[in-house]
Write a protein that binds this ligand. Structure first.
Ligand code: GLA
Length: 381
């Protein structure tokens, strides 16, 4: 990928630039908790976005996507937003950097990625983080890493229509090889946990299902949570986010909110507690409990939060049948992957059962990704 980018860069712009990379992410547990002020437990993975960049001394960005084989040129003012969705991520990062007082001038770039699209591995956060990190370095802005993550998140909010939390961009910027990171999304305190579960493997099974309208469904989930939190806060004024609420406080407002908002909030409050339980279990080396919590999360995401789909529920049941330790839908949902914690000796049997039975049922094969926890945003020498 690197050589292809360099070759294209030279052909298009007649010089060399600097190379930057960032990563996709997994999340062990803590789903849809980030925008509710709860904990998440992600890590960066060994696939991501690679970009060569060089300031060009003009007020224009010239960008070429190797994967789409598309060239786009755009200006840096608010009205210059490009039509291509991949380019609007880069444009958004430029705008959000500038809004925070960062210097951004025109540049040339060629980039490519190997994060599977629509698999729930945050290819968009990888793209945002690569450019947020690169612009910070190229224009010497001295912006701190949390702000870089927020630049990516605000790009989603303001230029891509997804009211996401901070998890993906955080993982993509802060990721460290071999470690998962527990982040408190309210206080932004975080802690690296070396993750090397001896005797187990983490594997993703990609249903290859991409649901239309996933972003509007995602925004609706967030609105439900905010309504529930506001109702609870009337009785308990300290509640700012749903993660601040106790389960009994939710019961108190049951008749005041819709049944839908209630079950969404019920899931979130349970999930916030599960992340803490998983951290305790990890400290004891108790992977069976970690796995059981993953199954509970799947149940919640499927039945209460309703972000699963037939294919993902099928994969989850199949994992149970194959005695997989833990399995659940990962990321925003509505398609994408399950994340599975599998004992070494059961791995081969699980993978062949998945390939055979999923294909027989749905007529297309799933994809299998072995997870390697890797570094996040960086400059390549
Ligand atoms: C998407 C969002 C994240 C997070 C997850 C669900 O990946 O971008 O902020 O909310 O869904 O945990």
């Amino acid at each position: 990928m690197k050589e292809q980018i360099q070759e294209k860069f030279r052909t298009l712009y007649g010089c060399d630039g600097e190379m930057f990379a960032s990563a996709g992410r997994i999340n062990l547990i803590g789903e849809h908790t980030d925008y509710n002020g709860g904990y998440v437990f992600p890590g960066a993975i060994d696939c991501g976005i690679l970009a060569e960049i060089k300031p060009n001394g003009t007020a224009k960005v010239r960008a070429y996507s190797l994967d789409y084989d598309e060239f786009v040129e755009f200006g840096l003012n608010e009205e210059d937003k490009p039509e291509q969705s991949w380019a609007s991520y880069i444009f958004g990062v430029c705008r959000e950097t500038a809004k925070r007082g960062g210097k951004v001038e025109g540049f040339d770039t060629v980039f490519a990625g190997d994060v599977p699209l629509g698999a729930g591995l945050s290819s968009s956060a990888a793209l945002e983080s690569t450019f947020a990190f690169a612009l910070n370095s190229l224009f010497d802005n001295g912006i701190d890493k949390f702000t870089l993550a927020k630049i990516g998140q605000s790009t989603e909010h303001n230029y891509c229509g997804v009211k996401c939390g901070i998890m993906d961009q955080f993982a993509s910027i802060f990721g460290k090889s071999g470690s998962l990171i527990r982040l408190n999304c309210k206080t932004l305190e975080y802690k690296y946990f070396p993750f090397n579960p001896e005797g187990y493997r983490l594997v993703l099974v990609d249903s290859c299902v991409k649901h239309e309208l996933a972003s509007s469904a995602y925004n609706k989930r967030r609105e439900s949570c905010e309504r529930a939190a506001r109702a609870i806060a009337k009785n308990h004024p300290d509640v700012e986010f749903l993660s601040d609420a106790k389960r009994v406080w939710l019961d108190e407002v049951r008749s005041e909110i819709s049944e839908e908002d209630f079950i969404r909030a019920e899931y979130v409050i349970g999930e916030v507690q599960r992340v803490l339980d998983v951290c305790d279990a990890l400290e004891r080396g108790d992977y069976e409990t970690v796995g059981e919590m993953m199954y509970q999360t799947h149940f919640g995401l499927s039945r209460l939060y309703e972000v699963s789909c037939e294919e993902l529920d099928f994969l989850n049941r199949l994992a149970r049948k194959c005695d997989v330790t833990g399995s659940r839908v990962m990321g925003g949902g509505f398609g994408g992957c399950t994340i599975n914690l599998v004992k070494d000796e059961l791995y081969d049997g699980f993978i062949s059962a998945v390939k055979e039975q999923f294909t027989a049922r749905f007529g297309h094969a799933p994809k299998i990704y072995d997870v390697v926890i890797s570094d996040g945003a960086r400059k390549l020498e």
